[in-house]
Structures are given as structure tokens and as C-alpha cells.
Design a binder for this molecule. Sequence first.
Ligand code: GAR
Length: 206
Amino acid sequence: MLTKIAVLVSGGGTNLQALIDAQAAGKLPHGELAVVVSSNPTAYALERAKAAGIPAVVCSRKELGSQEAFEAAIGAALSEYGVRLIILAGFMSILSEDFTRRWPRRILNVHPSLIPSFCGKGMYGLKVHQAALEKGVKVTGATVHFVNEIPDGGEILLQRAVDIKQEDTPETLQRRVMEQAEWLLLPQATELVAKEIYEERENSHV
Ligand code: GAR
């Protein structure tokens, strides 16, 4: 049975799109994008899910009122769709230790820098690229890592470097890191772990 995958999003969803395109191109042979969960009811990522025919669920922490209710709603969606692997693709909410402990090596996140640089609490989206430019580093990149209780602290699975150009702005750098690193690494890492889960299940049935 293919590994059912949930993609958790909050915004534009270009990384979700990279996963959708990879699936359509046969590059996720051991996985199936089963559900998209958005923390933001107006995320453009929801349109992408709809266009690809993937069920989508909105779990807004603000509307649900507490972290517990928020995570319970996410958990209910994961159970409903038989999810075995969770991908954080531009998901801007922090998951509690209680949640991450229940999914060891089963949650992946894509972060737009070479961890351990420019990561941790408060470092997300454009802020990461702003910080890299302010520091004056000449190389940045993206990282896909397992998620544990430490923000951006879990085991690193894949990384790819991207050169910084003198004329870069946070926006041009963000775009290049996405094009040259994130959109390639995330589908690759997803397939790696989906395959591992698939094989684990096959072996447990012999
Ligand atoms: C991506 O650059 C992703 O790496 C980053 O937010 C962007 C989301 O874009 N995530 C983080 O900063 C998490 N710490 P997308 O919605 O178009 O995929």
C-alpha cells in the first residue's frame, strides 16, 4: 500500500505544488498525496490542492482557540485519511512536543537555509533570507529535516547550497533558493521516507 501523505501548509504553497508535480511525473512512486491541511483559511495552497483533486482541510489555531484543539483537529484529519507521513511545506505554526513525539521520523520540514544557520524560533519565510543578506554570507540554500520538539532541530535529511549574488534582495534570493533547492529537495526527501515506510509495511506482512 502506498504511503499516505499529508501536506501541511499556511501560504502560497509552491512547495506543495512541487510535490503535486512530482507525483504527476511519477517521481513519488511509493507515496500518495492524501490530504492537504492548511492553518490559514485563505492560503493559496488550498486552490492548488483543489486544482489537483486532493482533499483539503482547514485547521486554524485562531478559530479553534487553543493549541490542543488545533492539534486535535489536525490529528483527526490525519486519521481520517490514513496518513503515515507528514510534510510541513511552508507550515507556519509550531507543533507541540506532545504532537511531534507521536510521529518520530515521520514529519519532514523544508527550511530555506543551510541549517544550523538562520533557523530556529522566529526564523521563517523572507526573514531567513533577510538575515542571510544582513550577515553577508555568500552561500545559502535549503534543508529538509525530520521534525522533533526543537524548532528546526531534528536530524537533517537533505541539503543543497545556493550562491548569493551581490544584487540579491530577500525576494530574489527566496525565489532562487526555492527554484534551485527547495522544489527539488522536498519531493526527493518525501519519496525517500515514503519508500522506507512502504518497505517497512511490506516486510511486516511477510
Ligand atoms: C518556503 O520558502 C519554506 O521553505 C519556508 O516558507 C516558504 C513557503 O513557501 N518555510 C519556513 O520558513 C519554515 N521555517 P510556499 O508556501 O510557497 O511553499
